[in-house]
Ligand binder design. Structure first.
Ligand SMILES: NC(=O)c1ccc[n+]([C@@H]2O[C@H](COP(=O)([O-])OP(=O)(O)OC[C@H]3O[C@@H](n4cnc5c(N)ncnc54)[C@H](OP(=O)(O)O)[C@@H]3O)[C@@H](O)[C@H]2O)c1
Length: 287
């Protein structure tokens, strides 16, 4: 599809699963890709795969940063952002599920940090580059797993009091939705849209870092799940479709608008989460 030929698309978590399927499709469309990966060798492998599949495509730009280290992320992304290149689409896709409570090097709970705080910081750093595009889109890969909780537990954002995998992952994905809601409000009057999506239950590497159990659960369930290519369809729809050119603050499932749970539409919680996230990441979004 030629419509992406002149577009720059910044994607996190492109080394596996939904993100890899997303960038393969975008490379076929001729987009300029900027890939933020935590593992240099894996990132290089994706770049050479894309080049082999689409020799005519642009060389992707590879940025290496661990989203579990906000200082590392800030340094790498700020250096890229300062070069001033325009970004047309940002896909916040990287994510983790952790079955045990782990802390990042900044002292934040891992799932909340990688799934929410890191994209919050990244997006804020890239906003000036998105603002340069004639029309830009922010695509946040959230999940129906926001249904695992009944609201943000502001008394325990770092899951110090209680840790359950479902609660912590669900809360991080609810954070994606509340963030999208508040971000879209703040972006009103600009040419940037922000939408969120659920990719479906997809056979990917998600959870596979949790030892042999994590790997086996995904292996056992994978015949019932979507392929990564099917899972990438809604992300790609939000990146490309003219149907959503003027839509912002919405949630999509199977490339159609969907109604998230009521606690994902709580404007008060969205603005409270924004204030907490801004303090934790030490970023003030440009106005
Ligand atoms: N799979 C599903 O059923 C499902 C359902 C709903 C929502 N989702 C969402 O879909 C998104 C993509 O997940 P997936 O299923 O495709 O999982 P995946 O195959 O495990 O891919 C996750 C990606 O995120 C990257 N990542 C993880 N931690 C990172 C860190 N600290 N710094 C930088 N990158 C990091 C991974 O890099 P490495 O390759 O280096 O590990 C990988 O590229 C996630 O946001 C997830 O929550 C998935």
């Amino acid at each position: 599809m030629p419509e992406m030929v002149s577009k720059t698309v910044f994607v996190t978590g492109a080394t596996s699963g939904v993100g890899l399927a997303t960038v393969k499709n975008l490379a076929a469309d001729g987009a300029y890709l900027v890939l933020l990966c935590r593992n240099h060798a894996k990132g290089e492998e994706v770049c050479s795969t894309l080049k082999k599949l689409h020799p005519e495509s642009h060389d992707p730009t590879l940025l290496v940063a661990d989203m579990a280290n906000l200082d590392d992320l800030r340094r790498v992304v700020a250096a890229y952002a300062e070069q001033g290149g325009t970004i047309d689409v940002l896909v916040n896709n990287a994510g983790v599920v952790c079955t045990q409570r782990e802390l990042t090097s900044d002292g934040f709970e891992m799932t909340f940090a990688v799934n929410h705080l890191a994209p919050f910081l990244l997006t804020g750093l890239l906003l000036p580059n998105l603002m340069q595009a004639p029309e830009a889109r922010i695509v946040n890969v959230a999940s129906d797993a926001h249904n695992f909780v009944r609201g943000m537990d502001f008394s325990d954002l770092q899951s110090e009091k209680r840790y359950s995998t479902f609660k912590v992952y669900g809360q991080s994905k609810l954070a994606n939705l509340l963030y999208t809601l508040e971000l879209s409000t703040r972006l009103q009057g600009t040419k940037i849209t922000a939408n969120a999506l659920h990719p479906g239950a997809v056979a990917t590497g998600l959870g596979s870092q949790n030892g042999i159990m994590g790997k086996w659960i995904m292996k056992l369930l994978s015949p019932f799940f979507k392929t990564p290519e099917q899972g990438a369809a809604t992300s790609l729809f939000l990146c490309k479709s003219d149907d959503v050119a003027n839509v912002s603050g919405a949630y999509f499932v199977d490339s159609r608008p969907a109604k998230p749970k009521p606690w994902a539409l709580d404007a008060g919680a969205a603005s409270r989460l924004w204030a907490c996230s801004s303090e934790m990441t030490q970023i003030d979004y440009p106005r």
